[in-house]
Design a protein around this ligand. Structure first.
Ligand SMILES: [Zn+2]
Length: 366
């Protein structure tokens, strides 16, 4: 069957060559109805390109002209049971490159008049870089107060920068209004499911590097859930192909200051709670400060099905974790240290944490 967009709420479909960025019935995000070509065979991998494109059987796009060599980041032990995957070593210094390359490659194939994106920073820098590589005109919307290092990076890639007054939600609304203009490709890491088929390579790399198995648990910082949902996709595919026996627990980490998903999970809910859990306060973990993630039902279901849980971390824990990782040789941005803050002390189970953005993007919080 041909690959198409599919709404998980009401079954509406759209062709992937259309620029329809959300379900026209419920305005929700698309899933991708896509059948993988076959299992990734470990024996076939050594001769292949040393980037995430080596997992060609399971990717919805092939032979990309927009690649910057993304993926294949190192896995390094931190303690006897906790290992770190160094996704801050990506071309734009964050894990978002895994998904941004998919969006830019899809956009290149569709030749839109313009590309728009919105971001708290890292997705915007990634989309700007990959659009530059693809030769596509790009506008990135960011909230006021975004780290100057990130806005500088976006401008350097030649993208137009729109700084939106108000919070992250106001920025998303501004970008979505622009995305409705004819001829516009909305490179949304939240709404476009190709992004998740890029982030799923994070787990394929773990599987390859651990010799065809996965750790007991995979910890992921969660705002819009793009890495978590990609990880869940890969785990399902590996299970369906008989390539893993046990399913790792997904440990979703939020900042206590902005933790709508953790509250819903603890209440046993299958979507966000109607009433906010309390006033939202600013957090150092700006990359996961998302009050109303559109894919909340899928995130909650994925964590439950994995046998995992939600953990929250305080601002003090984030500060301490950043210093602690730096003392071990890793300079990581504040969002990217949240998982180490949450599970760094685990001794009874093997767990992998992503160090997902470079420290120079935000500087030192302490
Ligand atoms: Zn729908």
């Amino acid at each position: 069957m041909a690959t198409s967009y599919l709404c998980p709420q009401d079954g509406t479909r759209a062709d992937v060559s259309s620029l329809t960025w959300c379900c026209p019935v419920c305005r929700g995000p698309w899933d991708l109805d896509f059948e993988i070509a076959g299992p990734v065979r470990a024996g076939a991998l050594p001769g292949r390109v040393n980037s995430l494109w080596r997992y060609e059987e399971v990717l919805p796009l092939a032979a990309p002209a927009t690649t910057l060599g993304e993926g294949r980041t190192p896995l390094v032990p931190l303690t006897g049971t906790v290992s770190a995957k160094l996704d801050f070593l990506m071309p734009t210094l964050s894990f978002k490159d895994r998904g941004a390359v998919m969006l830019a490659e899809l956009a290149r194939c569709l030749s839109p008049a313009r590309v728009v994106a919105d971001s708290s920073g890292n997705a915007g820098t990634a989309v700007a870089a990959y659009c530059a590589r693809a030769g596509l005109p790009c506008t990135v919307y960011v909230p006021e107060g975004t780290s100057p290092k990130k806005t500088e990076q976006i401008r350097a890639h030649g993208a137009r920068l729109e700084i939106v007054p108000g919070d992250r939600e106001a920025t998303a609304l501004a970008a979505r209004a622009a995305a409705d203009a004819p001829g516009t490709f909305y490179a949304s890491h939240v709404f476009n499911p190709y992004f998740l088929h890029g982030t799923k390579t994070y787990v394929y790399e773990l599987w390859e590097d651990l010799g065809g198995r996965l750790p007991d648990a995979i910890a992921v910082p969660v705002g819009n859930g793009t890495l978590l949902l990609g990880a869940a996709l890969a785990i399902s595919e590996l299970r369906d192909q008989g390539l893993i026996d046990a399913r790792p627990a997904l440990i979703a980490v939020q900042a206590e200051a902005v933790s709508p998903l953790a509250h819903a999970f603890r209440a046993g809910a299958d979507d966000l709670l109607d009433s906010p859990a309390g006033p939202l306060s600013p957090t150092l973990a700006e990359g996961i400060a998302i009050p109303r993630p559109p894919r909340a039902p899928a995130i909650l279901a994925a964590v439950r099905e994995s046998g995992g849980t939600f953990l929250t971390v305080t601002e003090d824990q984030i500060r301490d974790a950043q210093l602690d990782l730096a003392a071990r040789g890793f300079y990581v941005e504040t969002t990217g240290v949240a998982c180490w803050a949450a599970v760094g002390g685990w001794k009874d189970r093997s767990v992998v944490v992503p160090l997902c953005g470079a420290g120079l993007k935000t500087g030192l919080a302490a």
